[in-house]
Design a protein around this ligand. Structure first.
Ligand SMILES: C[S@@+](CC[C@H](N)C(=O)[O-])C[C@H]1O[C@@H](n2cnc3c(N)ncnc32)[C@H](O)[C@@H]1O
Length: 427
């Protein structure tokens, strides 16, 4: 809802009159809005609506109204550090195909929740693997796969210290820039620890010995879009037959949404010629791409439902990481369907989980923004109708990609058919 609609619905004068009445009847010095007004205004403030206060009285009372509104805004708006990212469409990272830069690693490393939960999971796994009586003699081999600049190595070493368990840590990372940082950290901070660094792709790594625990974070906003299934399936040969993978399961979720901001955002993307890997972008290539976006001004047409699941280690033989699922959502209000929001959650170990699904979101964790899969055209949907979404994960040796379409109440073409708009490269 924009300011114009707000103005139509709740005529400006009514606000002033309401505040004035309260002022004369109740507390003379401090104007206050009735509860219903507070509720609707706090909703508008969270949606970042501009509010204009005007007055036809000249007794200085406008200042009181303005002060009241400013206090009200301080209390009710959810301002945060990531404000600039709200509803901004970004191309998802491909850490397998590209080498991430320092800035990206630095952003990951600032997350206050993620590494703490990893540390708890590793602690729990160490305690389960090595009994108190064996802790002096039994060594646990931990492999950190895709270590970046080492935050998960720190989690592993802290976990060992907190539990009093002896560990040997193998660090495997394919990005030579990150390896340089890891070597420098190891020289300075880990020289007394049993830590070994390998500049390798985990899919081709031959370890000196098998691991008790594999620790990785190759998840991406959709759980499997940074190709954790493909990488971890290859790497599970590094793990002892009774070994533990952290994480051990990841699940993606989707729901249909309405967002005029994202609809326009996808159209705007076209104007930025350098956006995306493909220089020859058309509206359709963008409108058929998955984006990463901190969702803000959206209407959830239905609640997220689980889509695809991957477990590690993967017991399947032969392994098939392609997936297909149909999901149905009841429409509760007439609205316009513009696209599909995507989320994931993951089980690190036992009941220790990370989630960006809004229904179970891990408090304070900002490493991952949701996904957005647009439809090329917005579609009117009516209360009582059922939205039927078909979603595929397609796999070849060279690339992985998602396809999606709507089968009801309207039919669309299959978006990103054959991965023509947004492939995820394996090599
Ligand atoms: C999402 S980042 C996470 C980095 C780090 N664990 C953190 O939490 O900051 C994924 C890392 O895995 C590395 N990576 C991805 N695929 C890999 C592979 N097949 N073998 C080795 N490293 C890989 C990337 O270079 C990147 O550093």
């Amino acid at each position: 809802m924009n300011w114009a609609t707000f103005k139509n619905k709740f005529e400006e004068r009514t606000v002033k009159r309401t505040m004035r009445e309260r002022r004369t009847k109740g507390n003379k010095k401090n104007p206050v809005l009735p509860k219903a007004w507070q509720e609707i205004l706090s909703y508008f403030m969270r949606a970042r609506i501009n509010i204009i206060i005007s007055s036809d009285v000249h007794d200085g009372s406008l200042k009181l109204y303005a002060e009241y509104m400013m206090r009200f805004q301080d209390i009710n708006s959810d301002m945060h550090e990531l404000l600039a990212f709200e509803d901004v469409l970004e191309e998802p990272l491909q850490p397998l195909y590209d080498n991430l830069d320092c800035y990206t690693y630095e952003v990951f490393e600032k997350d206050p929740a993620k590494y703490k939960l990893y540390q708890e999971a590793i602690e729990q796994a160490l305690l389960d693997r090595v009994a108190e009586k064996d802790k002096e003699k039994k060594l646990t081999v931990i492999m950190v796969l895709g270590a970046g600049r080492g935050p998960l190595v720190r989690s592993a070493l802290n976990a060992a210290e907190n539990t009093g368990r002896k560990v040997r840590v193998y660090i495997i990372e394919k990005n030579p820039n990150a390896i340089r940082t890891l070597n420098a950290i190891a020289k300075k901070l880990w020289y007394k620890k049993d830590v070994h660094i390998f500049s390798k792709d985990m899919r081709e790594f031959s370890p000196p010995e098998p691991a008790d625990i594999l620790v990785s974070e190759l998840l991406g906003s959709f759980g499997d879009n940074e190709l954790s299934p493909e990488c971890l399936d290859c790497a599970q040969k590094l793990l002892k037959s009774d070994g533990i993978s952290i994480p051990c399961k990841s699940t993606s979720y989707i729901n249909p949404i309405m967002s005029s901001k994202l609809l326009n955002g996808v159209r705007q993307v076209l104007r930025h010629e350098t956006f995306g890997r493909q220089k020859q972008a058309t509206y359709h290539t963008h409108a058929e791409s998955g984006f990463v976006v901190l969702l803000k001004n959206i209407y959830n047409i239905g609640l997220p439902q689980s889509l695809f699941e991957f477990v590690h280690p993967n017991p399947q033989s032969p392994i098939d990481n392609s997936r297909y699922k149909t999901l149905r959502f009841e429409v509760e209000l007439d609205c316009v369907l513009t696209g599909i929001a995507g989320y994931f959650d993951t089980v690190l170990y036992k009941d220790i989980k990370l989630s960006i699904n809004p229904q179970t979101h891990t408090p304070g964790m900002f490493s991952w923004f949701p996904m957005y899969f647009p439809f090329t055209e917005p579609m009117d949907v009516k209360k009582g109708q059922t939205i039927e979404i078909h979603f595929w994960r397609c796999v070849t040796k060279q690339k992985i990609w998602y396809e999606w379409c709507l089968a009801a109440p309207l039919r669309t073409h299959i978006h990103n058919h054959g991965g023509r708009s947004c492939p995820i490269y394996c090599t």
